[in-house]
Design a protein around this ligand. Sequence first.
Ligand code: S3P
Length: 455
Amino acid sequence: MTTRPPREATGSQRPLKGSIRVPSDKSLSHRVALFSALAQGRSRVRGLLDSLDVRSTLGAIEALGAQLDIKVEADGLCGTITGWGDAGPHGPKNALQCGNSGTTSRLLLGVLSGLDVTASLEGDESLSRRPMDRVIAPLTKMGARFYPSEAFSQEGAPAHTPEGAPASTLPLTVKGTSSLEAIAYQSPVASAQVKSAVLLAGLNARGTTSVTEPYKSRDHTELLLPAYGASLTVEGLTTSITGGQRLFATDCEVPADPSSAAFLLVAAALIPQSEVTVRDVLLNPTRVGFLTVLRRMGADIAIKINKNAHLGTEQVGEVTLRYREELEATTVEPYEVPALIDEVSILALAATVAKGTTIFKQVGELRVKESDRLNAIVCGLTALGCDVREEDDDLRVSCAPPHIRATRLATHGDHRLAMTWSIAARAFALALDIYGLESIEVSYPGFFDDLKRLS
Ligand code: S3P
């Protein structure tokens, strides 16, 4: 990992030009690692994202008994993962360290729920504040048990009765069981982490587990599990999986992350005369809502699908964005939000130069990301002199390009905010004092090098 973030991000308005392969997709890297750990046999993996979040998942599966033979190569982490398969995982000696990663913790809770194993999970300060009850509620209904870690004795038995207050945040201890019961779960949130946790538990439950979500969230779990030999059905907003299925090792190559690409593409939309191409990028429709929204705002975007490169049934291709003068405001409807949930901060920055008021409807989920990202976007853009408001769960951004020459901005340890403020500095030639740039390491090591490469 190479990012050495400059403490002060000094902007310049020189155009961004060139073609680049951003680091591999984070969501897919977590899933490839976890599914390979569950599988029988040795999976060959290429291009796993080498970032702190993915390293948390790799550390956890290794502690549970998966065998990793992985090297750092130019396009990410490459090598083999031998799963625990039918033998099942070890009970880990120490708590599994999830770092800053919501996906690591929530997907692991789903996996561990259906296995005869007891394990504790810990996270950093930000992750320890994030809600785990959204996965604990359905997994408890299926038969798994969750305890605040301090309430769990070293001997492996709950230090209080199982009826005691269940855990709702990390650190916590999960006691899984191979006799889970299937459920039909109506999720109150459109969250791929919740959906994936329940489906992964369902893999080992008696009967058919289904998850219905209010809007479609990213569908990588559904698309990737079949590559490991599992079958699922998807009907509208309901995904179902029948328990008792085994996973088998497979070979996977992970394409580039559209969420990382979004920062460079929006930078090109903001800086006159720019033209940026991102190559080998994942084009799953449940991930690239930001491209639809940017196009609606008038951005000049060309997409080429590469028919030969794909992971399972995921689409991969190339996206070029050419600067165009006038962007127009738009309204992002609630059903569109899950497909751009990680891109709202950078889209909000684009909205500051678009004619009119852009409204992101029902983006309350941003309050429980790596920071209260909704509030942080409002505070950050306001500090930059933009006209931005939070109304109930809607975010409203009016056209008013940043005009403050220098200011201090907080990232709240949130990688996506750190990159958004860095792009603001670069695009509007602002000398910004940005605190917490090192958080970028969780998803996009090399971010500043890539920006420089395009400069
Ligand atoms: C992710 C799902 C999303 C997203 C996160 C990664 C995943 O979270 O914000 O960065 O890989 O499943 P939610 O499921 O909480 O929406």
